[in-house]
Design a protein around this ligand. Sequence first.
Ligand code: PLP
Length: 403
Amino acid sequence: MDSVLSPLDLTAREAPDGPVAIARPHRVRAAATWFRENFPGEVFYAVKANPSEWVLDALWEAGIRGFDVASDVEAALIANKFKDAQIAFMHPVKSRRAIGRAFHDYGVKTFALDSEDELDKILAETGFAKDLTLVVRFAVPGDGAAYPLTRKFGVSPEEAPALLRKTRQASEEMLGVSFHVGSQCMKPDAYRTAMDGVNRAIVNAGVVVDIVDVGGGFPAIYPGMSPRPMIEYVNAIKNGFEEMFVAQNAKLWAEPGRALVAEAGSTVTRVELRKGDALYLNDGAFGTLFDATHLNWAFPAKLLRQTPSRAKLAPFRLYGPTCDSMDAAAGPFMLPTDIQEGDLIEIGSLGAYGTAMGTRFNGFGETVTMESNDSPWPSMYGEASSVVALPKRKRAPRKPKQA
Ligand SMILES: Cc1ncc(COP(=O)(O)O)c(C=O)c1O
């Protein structure tokens, strides 16, 4: 991978015609180290957030060994790269072929499910293996999240006890529960609320649960979205876990995606045309600016010029290069009023769901990646605080009702 001292260097050389994705592996390592030192359980990186080699390498260097995959393709990526990785296939709906491949070809033993039919598929495709870890995904409220994920997956609280009992019977090894509070969760207590709901279902089912997986949702900093400190999320989870009726030695897992990589990526994009407050760029909705366009989130932006502009900042809208009218981001993106065609802009905090979302729609999307060692954007991770031990359980777990 080519490198620059900072993205400003691109203004002094012939920049590629397409956008440049800036990779900051040191920011991935900082986030991963923070989670390893502060999250009192095992961290499974949600590969979908950014499956780039440089991200995976930085996570591995920082000691992350768990990977949450959504497909057999992601399972292959991790299994071929890291022989000792722990891979969890946490998509609740998988094709039979993907289950079989993950299990037989890539050694995956951990599978999520949210229905009896999916449980039957997993059992059949793994030859009724005795060493599976089966994780029941719950539907939980998503009202704390900037991007709720409530509707598509998860067993309802009413149907959960029956599914838990059936899965417990099938899983001779480990039974887990999981949920997703929604991406970019702005309320630490959302985890606590979700855990309380899941706990009620566990009590109703009368089963012993070995793993509580709190999913993803941990936030990053974006304009207009300043999350509470990450330690408050960890503390809410610790408190929730302490109150749960699960096995004495139950494990706590998390599957952060965004929080581990958002700060580590940005995009340098060129202004191809200016019309008033609208800037037409060489990157957009079908490139690395998916969340800026589809979710209408504002991202930090700055003009890259050797001699910094002295013009005042004003709100701009952005348009991507394709002919699709959805290829537009309202922002607002605060940029100097003298911005013009040919200027390069850096758009920050795009490490999560940025390059990962890119397509070749309209023939665009060719993105060069360059490494940079600078840290220009706000961070959730200051000084890593001291190691937090797993909480002591207050009450003994209920005896399992043997079904
Ligand atoms: C099962 C699962 N786990 C983890 C994540 C990562 O979520 P986030 O990026 O919000 O941390 C996702 C995202 O969609 C997911 O579907």
